[in-house]
Design a protein around this ligand. Structure first.
Ligand code: ZN
Ligand code: ZN
Length: 238
């Protein structure tokens, strides 16, 4: 029998498959996504709206949106549009606990941040929290895991368990009218104001839809004395 490395032997028994389309992967593939599926992901490129981060067609500074849900955020960035492969990946990460996908997603965020965000102007990084109960149910918080990867790669300080979610809420897209305003009110709080005071903070979320969750978090951080709050979301609507 010809010599087989341990890795290729394992691959023979348990073939690696693309997390999206199930195509068999070469055992040397670092991430569990095939090339075709990778090419399907549209990473946002500048020019970006200097408020909400959506890519702009022309060289203007901001898009047509009124940004009323981003009043507490100094500036947001969105890595890619929430569709196709990315949508599937986020869904799998959230509901099927596929941590294999996390490295891939976190790398997209790291590469984007490295290119487009002046990280040297940011003092620390944090993430949109889940309630304790939800985190126990799900076993992890994908925004937290992305934040950890970014912090590690760029040697940034992470604010861990500083921003807390104290009340469960319904997704903003599911509620309407005045319920929308009351749904998030008072659902987040900052635990140690001194860690936040006078800091420029980057907060991570997985999907930016209405922006109101990030805005509520940013408002809490600012009330606790944060100097500025920037936001980075993995995906968002265009
Ligand atoms: Zn694939
Ligand atoms: Zn905008």
């Amino acid at each position: 029998m010809a010599f087989l490395s341990y890795k290729s032997f394992i691959n023979l028994i348990y073939p690696l498959k693309c997390q999206i389309c199930n195509t068999a992967l070469d055992y040397n593939t670092i991430d569990s996504i095939c090339l075709d599926c990778r090419h399907d992901i549209e990473i946002n490129l500048p020019p970006f709206c200097n408020k909400c981060g959506r890519p702009l067609q022309t060289g203007k500074y901001s898009c047509k949106n009124k940004h009323q849900n981003l009043s507490q955020i100094d500036r947001a960035w969105i890595v890619c549009s929430y569709q196709g492969v990315i949508r599937t990946l986020i869904h799998r990460l959230k509901y099927n606990n596929k941590l294999a996908v996390l490295n891939f997603i976190a790398n997209l965020c790291c590469n984007f941040a490295e290119k487009f965000i002046a990280l040297s102007e940011i003092d620390c990084i944090t993430y949109v929290p889940l309630t304790r109960q939800k985190k126990m149910q799900r076993d992890f918080n994908q925004s937290e895991l992305i934040a950890r990867k970014i912090a590690k790669r760029f040697k940034m300080k992470i604010l861990d368990n500083v921003l807390l979610k104290t009340k469960p809420t319904r997704p903003q897209v599911e509620v309407t009218g005045h319920e929308r305003l009351s749904n998030l009110t008072g659902s987040f709080k900052v635990r140690k104001d001194n860690l936040v005071k006078d800091k420029n903070i980057l907060i991570i979320d997985d999907v930016l839809t209405t922006g109101s969750t990030l805005n509520e978090c940013a408002g809490c951080l600012k009330q606790a004395g944060a100097c500025s709050v920037f936001a980075l979301a993995l995906a968002g609507g265009n």
